[in-house]
Ligand binder design. Structure first.
Ligand SMILES: N[C@@H](CCC[C@H](N)C(=O)O)C(=O)O
Length: 272
């Protein structure tokens, strides 16, 4: 059976998409890790399996479910950039005929809007402030705001230029506070309603963008300013997204690009 794939990205957070409507693929963690490996596979930050909600037996009002996996093979609850790419795939292929629909995820159903210019807005749901903690980078402590966007984040607003941080190694964090691991964002405010951010993602490493991370960053910045409502651009190494919060409920808007489509070799899949 030929296994089709596509490669796409949202602000350079890149994904391998695997269309698997009936949920027939045996998508093991080692196959995900092999696909995402930039030397022995296709290379990506994660995998998006395109599967019908009913095929997985998961409750969703959406016909389609975003089965997201991190590059190390682990499962995560939600991926904001992945959801933008996933939604565009559904409309580009005609699997969804309208521009507004709902997609299932492990963090619940997400309404999406595919805009005429191809950008996608995702209604991300609540960005909940869950406390305070500390990240340790290169021997330095960065205090941060813990935010849950379906998946866990710790956002540190830092005074130094985030471009100078050494994020080659996994920063340390409080494993008692984040027993399931955490995505770590480092943020510079760069003007009214404008942030710059770098991120070290759980299960991946440093990526050039993280949609849930940008939502967490805006929620944390607003929280520190004493509000849960506002809008901000977020500049990440891979481009720019816009995040709006209305009483803690977030939307994420940004571009999507598809790069390639192809077929995996059966032998490669079998031994991966
Ligand atoms: N890149 C994603 C987040 C992917 C999941 C994350 N690494 C986790 O483990 O929670 C995004 O765009 O939100």
């Amino acid at each position: 059976m030929a296994i089709e794939f596509l490669k796409g990205h949202g602000t350079q957070n890149d994904f391998v998409l695997l269309p698997d409507p009936d949920g027939l693929l045996d998508l093991t963690p080692s196959r995900v890790a092999a696909l995402c490996d930039r030397q022995r596979g296709l290379g990506a930050d994660g995998v998006l399996r395109v599967v019908r909600s009913t095929a997985l037996g998961l409750p969703s009002e959406g016909e389609w479910f975003m089965d997201y996996r991190n590059a190390d093979g682990s499962v995560a609850e939600m991926c904001g950039n992945g959801m933008r790419v996933f939604a565009r795939y559904l409309t580009d292929t005609g699997l969804e005929s309208g521009s507004e629909f709902v997609v299932g995820s492990r963090a619940g159903d997400k309404p999406v809007l595919v805009r005429p210019d191809g950008e996608v807005t995702v209604h991300m749901g609540p960005a909940a402030i869950t406390g305070a903690s500390v990240a340790l980078v290169d021997g330095r402590n960065f205090s941060g705001v813990a935010v849950n966007v379906g998946n866990p984040h710790l956002v540190s607003i830092v005074e130094d230029d985030v471009a100078e941080l050494d994020l080659r190694d996994q920063p340390r964090y409080d494993e008692d506070f984040f027993p399931e691991g955490v995505n770590l964002e480092f943020v510079n405010p760069i003007g009214e309603g404008a942030l710059r951010m770098r991120v070290y993602e759980r299960g991946v490493g440093e990526t050039r963008s993280c949609g849930t991370g940008t939502v967490a960053a805006v929620a944390a910045a607003l929280h520190l300013a004493g509000t849960d409502t506002g809008e901000s651009t977020v500049d990440i190494p891979g481009g720019r997204v816009t995040v709006a919060l209305d009483h803690g409920a977030a939307t994420l808007t940004g571009p999507v690009e598809f790069v390639a489509r192809g077929e995996l070799f059966d032998d490669w899949w079998a031994q991966a």
